[in-house]
Design a protein around this ligand. Structure first.
Ligand code: ARG
Length: 470
């Protein structure tokens, strides 16, 4: 690091910045990934300056063409960083001046890195949001396709990790897909607030030249300019919202992964993660570990951490721009990178997972039908509280006799309640049990099919207000 390299702001200083400070202060090692957005923002700004009469059409064209050249250098990997390149904004402007001469010095008229960096970051994140939305849509599609293909597979449903009631495997799968669908909706929602333009706010007080901020915002594809210049340069809510979104998606992915990790355990064996998404042990030759799922579960930690890290940096910041805001980037980049790697892995694991319907069926114990037995009495007029108590006694009795609930002789049941008749045998049927849950959102075949149709509609962007009306 050469401490005597020029800076953009050196004029008023008697002493050069310490190399220690330079290393500490420079964001170029991580913000260079904003090069495209920085250049596009500068091109739009050059057009805005020309519209305001501050650049001639020739000067504007020289700036735009020069910036295209800088972009080409970045794209081809030929851009060479110089010692004074503090951040991406400095680096691009320095190179532009080398390429086109002093007219480059007109580009920053009325602009500050404060409105510039906020603009770059919004434009960059907007692209990543669209990519992540597509990746998440792919994961949901994989889940919905499987749910449809494997509609007739039944498995134990759990609460407290204890066997509870039989459900369709598809029903479980869709339960996660709905959470991911809400994640897509939240992403679309935060994108609206993200898509507002800070450029033209200047350092904090507004641009002193008559730049048309509406036209500038439109040029960059924003829905409009941010109405308050102080807010424009300080606001990082869009990063917080994104990190919060990423953290919640991370939590959803970890919950999904945990179910599958558990079910891939040898003792359970409901699913088998494909070889290509499993790894082995360096010591134990027999091992096949679901590392893909474990990492998906583990990544939630850093996603939550990135959110907390930024919130903590923002807390108590005075108006308007403070260098603390530079700390927004690494957590943001890390969460984006994490999810861009995680979502295709999740989709791959899900698409290649083998299920073992016979193991699921074998795990369907009679006790999962205890509620159905209580419902049998309800249909004969017994208040549910009482039928719950009576069936509880039947469970106790079956345990005492060492038989399953279905194996309890009718006489034993009738000793508990005379309302039990020979037709009670029909209760002990898992198909019948799931088919009784035909209510909207239930696990009956038709109800799950309806869910699949709804989820496909929702994935195409239909508003929730239309749900349940068909
Ligand atoms: N590298 C800075 C950041 O990421 C750019 C803005 C610098 N502005 C300033 N006034 N020092 O936030």
């Amino acid at each position: 690091m050469n401490s005597s390299a020029p800076t953009l702001w050196g004029g008023r200083f008697a002493e050069e910045a310490s190399p220690l400070l330079r290393r500490f202060n420079d964001s170029i090692p991580f913000d260079q990934r904003l090069w495209l957005e920085d250049i596009e923002g500068s091109q739009a700004y050059a057009r805005a300056l020309a519209r305001a009469g501050l650049l001639t059409p020739e000067e504007r064209d020289a700036l735009v063409a020069g910036l295209d050249q800088v972009a080409e250098e970045w794209r081809s990997g030929r851009f060479a960083l110089a010692p004074g390149d503090e951040d991406i904004h400095t680096a691009v402007e320095r190179r532009l001046a080398e390429l086109i001469g002093p007219v480059a010095g007109k580009l920053h008229t009325g602009r500050s890195r404060n409105d510039q960096v906020a603009t770059d970051l919004r434009c960059w994140l907007r692209r990543r949001v669209d990519e992540l939305d597509a990746a998440l849509a792919g994961l949901i599609a994989a889940a919905v396709d499987r749910a449809e293909a494997e509609l007739d597979v039944l498995m134990p449903g759990y609460t407290h990790l204890q066997p509870a009631q039989p459900v369709r495997w598809s029903h479980w799968l869709l339960s996660h897909a709905w959470a991911w669908q809400r994640d897509r909706e939240r992403l679309a929602d935060l994108r609206r607030r993200l898509n507002r333009c800070p450029l033209g706010a200047g350092a904090l007080a507004g641009n002193p030249f008559p730049v048309d901020r509406q036209a500038l915002a439109a040029d960059l594809g924003f829905d409009g300019p941010i109405p308050n210049s102080i807010d424009a340069v300080r606001d990082r809510d869009f990063v917080v919202e994104f990190l919060s979104w990423a953290a919640l998606l991370g939590v959803h992915l970890s919950q999904w992964a945990e179910d599958l990790i558990l079910w891939s355990a040898r003792e359970v064996g409901f699913v088998r993660v494909a070889d290509r998404f499993s790894t082995g042990s360096s010591l134990m030759p027999q091992k096949r570990n679901p590392d893909s799922l474990e990492l998906l579960r583990g990544k939630a930690g850093r996603l939550v951490g990135n959110l907390v890290s930024l919130l903590t940096a923002l807390k108590g910041l005075p108006a308007a721009y403070n260098k603390d805001l530079q700390e927004d980037k690494e957590p943001l980049f890390d969460s984006v990178d994490t999810l861009q790697a995680a979502l295709p892995v999740a989709t791959g694991v899900l698409a290649t997972l083998a299920i073992r319907p016979e193991r699921m069926a074998a795990a369907l114990a009679d006790e999962l039908l205890a509620t159905d037995l209580a419902d049998y009495l309800v249909r004969r007029g017994v208040p549910f509280r009482q039928s719950h108590e009576l069936v509880g006694r039947a469970v106790k009795r079956s345990e005492a006799l060492g038989v399953s609930l279905a194996g309890l002789p009718l006489a034993e049941l009738q000793a508990i309640s005379p309302l039990f008749g020979p037709d009670v045998a029909e209760v002990f049927d898992f198909q019948r049990s799931v088919e009784q849950r035909a209510v909207f959102g239930g696990t009956a075949r038709a109800a799950v099919q309806a869910q699949i149709a709804l989820l496909r509609r929702a994935a195409r962007g239909k508003p929730d207000s239309e749900w349940g009306s068909e």
